[in-house]
Design a protein around this ligand. Sequence first.
Ligand code: GLN
Length: 485
Amino acid sequence: MEWHKFSLTMQLEMLEKGEIKSLDLTQALLNRIKEKDSKIKAFLKVTEEQALSAAEKADRRREKGEKGPLLGLPLAIKDNICTKGIPTTCASKILSNFIPPFDATVIEKLKACGAVILGKTNLDEFAMGSSTENSAFFPTKNPWDLERVPGGSSGGSAAAVAAGFCAGALGSDTGGSIRQPASFCGVVGLKPTYGRVSRYGLVAFASSLDQIGPITRTVKDAALLLQYLAGHDPKDSTSAPKEVPDYLGALKMDLREKKVGVPKEYLGEGLEEEVKEKLKESLQIFKEELGLEVKEVSLPHTPYAVATYYIIAPAEASSNLARYDGVKYGLRVEAPDLIEMYKKTRSQGFGPEVKRRIMIGTYALSAGYYDAYYKKASQVRTLIVQDFQKAFKEVDFIISPVAPSPAFKIGERVDDPLKMYLSDIYTISVNLAGIVGLSLPCGFSQKGLPIGLQIMGPHFSEPQVLALGHQFEEIVKLYEKYPEI
Ligand code: GLN
C-alpha cells in the first residue's frame, strides 16, 4: 500500500472502517522516514518508540469501540512546540538539552484526540528565518529539488508532509513561517486568526504575532486539524474565548457571488513572472468555475510592512529570549562570575541570525530610540490593520502570491539578510493584522517547483477561507502530485 499518499481524512476513514491499523500505518511511515529522511533531513528527532506504543494503544481503543476524532493518526510537530519528555530544541544550541516537563496545549489536545506523534521537525533557530538554513543542526532540503530550501521557518514540517513522512504536521507562523514553506513544498498551510489557537507551550518568538497552525496535503485536512487545535485556553490570555465552528461542515458552503480582492500593491517589483502567471490563472478559476467576483483592492501601507515587522518582531524577540541566561534551563557555559557566564552562554548558545535579531530588538527598545522605532512601528501596524479593515468592507477575501518566487537554492540568500527578509513580503501583513492566511498549491514553475496561492480573510473567517481553498483544490487537484525522492 502506498501509505504515504493518503491524506489524513483518508487515513481516518480507513482506520474507522477497520481497513487499516494505526500500528501498520505508523510503522510504514517510520520506515519511509528511515529510508528517505537522510536525503531530506526534515526531522530533528523521530520518536519511534513512543509513536509505536501510542499507535498500539489507539488500535486497542478502537477495538473496544472507543472513539477519538484523530484516533491513530500520525503527525509531526515543529520543534518549537513543547512536548513532555521529548526534547524541544527550537533548532538552537541553547536548548539542545531541554526536555520540557509539560505538553503545549495543542499537544495535550492532539493527544486527547488520539493522535500519534512521529517526531519533531527542523526549523530556523527559534523560528527566525525563511529557509531552515538557520537551524543550528543542519538545513532541510526541499523534496521537489534537493538543492533547494524547503522555506522556513517551519521547513521541516512542510518537507515532512511533502515527502510523505506524514500527512499532517504542526508549524508556527510569526511572519509567514507556515505559509511560505507550505508554498515552497507544494502543500497546504494555515495561519489561523491571532488568538484562535492557544500559544501555551509554543516557545515564544514574537508574542503578538506568533500562531500555531496545521501543515497538510489538503485544505480539508487543514480544516480537520484546526477543528481540534482551536479553542480558548485559560493558560493563554491572548486566546479568544470564542466558540469553535464546524470547519469541516463549512467546506461546501455556497461562495458564489462572494468577492475576492487582489491588492495592487502586491503585484509590483520583485514578483517573478511565473508566480504572477499562476496567480492570474487561479483568479480565472475563482471567477469562471467558482462564480466569484474578482476586483482590485488597495492596501496602501504594504510597502512599510517588512520594515514594521523587522522592528516589532525583533523587539519582542529580544525580550522573550532574555530568559536564556544559563540559570533555569538550557545551555550553561561556566565562567568565574555571573556576567561572564551570561555572556559565554549566550555567545555560544545563539546562532548569528538570533543574535542579529536580539541586537536589533534591544536597540529599537532602548531609551531614546523607543519612540523613533518601536512606537513608530506600532503606529504603522495600526495603519496596516486599518488597510485590511477597509479592504474587507469591499471584498470577502484577499488573494495574493505567498512568496515572490518559488523555492530558492540552498546558500543563495544566506549572506544577504535583506533579500531573505523580502521573501516574507506577502505574508507578514497578515500577522501584523492578526487575520487568517491560507497557503495552498496553485501550480508549478517550468523547473517543476511548486507555486503557492494565499487566501486572506478577516478575523475568525477560517470557515470561509477554508471553504474557498477546498473548493479551489477540488478543481486543480494538485494534491495528487508527489515529488520523487
Ligand atoms: N521569515 C520570518 C522571520 O524570519 C518569519 C518567521 C516566522 O514566521 N516564524 O522572522
